[in-house]
Design a protein around this ligand. Structure first.
Ligand SMILES: NC(=O)c1ccc[n+]([C@@H]2O[C@H](COP(=O)([O-])OP(=O)(O)OC[C@H]3O[C@@H](n4cnc5c(N)ncnc54)[C@H](OP(=O)(O)O)[C@@H]3O)[C@@H](O)[C@H]2O)c1
Length: 328
């Protein structure tokens, strides 16, 4: 039986999520990879324990995380029940619906039918009565925004989620969604988007500015560009890396296309006394609009490396300029 480290709250930084009452750890742990049925159960346990022992109180899931879809929630639920249930009130657990989950017309996007049914399934898989944050996972060009936001409202009113979030929205749609949610007094507090040194989309699609203007938090996913912003690929492609073990969303050609930049960024990090992973996370967390970064990991040692990012969040103008040059 796991007992959490007594010193778990000594080092982590907790940031306020926009203008809400919720504080999130600067680093959160995502269960997109390595927690499905192809992962190693004992490693999943160790990664969750390492994270919590180091003050990472927030675990991010989605209905479809696996493979197979749903299995990350099921594995997480099992570990929660066996080891973490006494810490439930110290944890922020999020899940999402929006991408393909089940066969037929009701298993994806943003209808009321899909979102409500999907969260019920997620709660069952995780063995929970409620999640702390429930997200709509992607914009739906067909379903009226009123319907999707109405489903989020009902989910909160029914006690199945404490807060709601939006993921992969752009600035324009975020502003429209916020107007609906605020009129209905729905506790919408957070945007989840991809943001890292190599992917600056939210700076250009209005999301970052809208989020700031509206007082919402931003939590960044793939802050390490799935491993490309680490030293993982500097000397070739290791057999135990994501590209080799689970190439669904990260391919060799993507890594090769920007390996020279990674090497140069690695040099800047070394001069700062950081690993590239630490610097990539510090670069995000230096920005007050960013509430948290959701890291992925394949082993506990990566989590231990990554939490060190909060030890140095200051960049010189020269460093920022060099990094900007390399992200073009
Ligand atoms: N909302 C959405 O649409 C969406 C989409 C994607 C992700 N997400 C969320 O974001 C989370 C994180 O995404 P991600 O896994 O792509 O994040 P990431 O942090 O960019 O990449 C994680 C990968 O980087 C490598 N890594 C991590 N720390 C390292 C270190 N210190 N040194 C060397 N390598 C290191 C590991 O790769 P190896 O496996 O090669 O060791 C790890 O699996 C997901 O789990 C999910 O919760 C959300």
């Amino acid at each position: 039986m796991y007992t959490a480290n007594e010193k778990r709250y000594e080092k982590m930084k907790y940031n306020r999520c926009g203008k809400s009452g919720l504080l999130l750890p600067a680093l959160s742990l995502g269960l997109w990879h390595n927690f499905g049925d192809t992962g190693v159960y004992a490693n999943m346990e160790e990664m969750l324990f390492t994270a919590f022992d180091n003050g990472i109180t927030h675990f991010d899931l989605a209905n479809n995380y696996g493979p197979k879809p749903g299995s990350a929630e099921a594995n997480f639920g099992k570990i929660l029940k066996e080891h973490l249930s006494s810490y439930r009130d110290e944890l922020i657990i999020s899940t999402k619906a929006g991408y393909d989950m089940w066969e037929g017309p009701y298993g994806n996007f943003g209808s009321r039918k899909y979102l409500i049914a999907s969260l019920d399934q997620s709660l069952k898989r995780m063995g929970l009565d409620y999640v702390d944050i429930f997200y709509h996972h992607r914009m739906d060009p067909e379903t009226p925004l009123e319907e999707t936001m109405g489903a989020l409202e009902q989910i909160v009113r029914s006690g199945k989620a404490l807060y709601v979030g939006l993921s992969n929205y752009n600035g324009d749609t975020l502003r429209k969604a916020t107007a609906i949610l605020e009129e209905r007094h729905v506790p919408f507090i957070i945007n989840q988007n991809r943001y890292n040194i190599l992917d600056r989309t939210i700076e250009n699609n209005g999301l970052k500015k809208a989020s700031h203007d509206l007082g919402k938090g931003i939590i960044c996913f793939s802050p390490l560009a799935q491993g490309m912003l680490t030293d993982r690929y500097i000397n070739g492609i290791p057999q135990d890396s994501r590209v080799r073990t689970d190439g669904r969303f990260l391919h060799e050609d993507q890594v090769e296309a920007q390996i020279e930049r990674s090497k140069k960024l690695n040099d800047i990090a070394a001069k700062r006394g950081q690993t590239l992973a630490e610097m990539a996370l510090s670069w995000l967390l230096r920005d007050e609009d960013i509430t948290s970064v959701i890291i992925g990991a394949s082993k506990p040692s990566q989590i231990l490396d990554n939490v060190k990012a909060i030890e140095n969040l200051t960049f010189t103008d020269e460093e920022l300029k060099e990094i900007d040059e390399l992200s073009k």
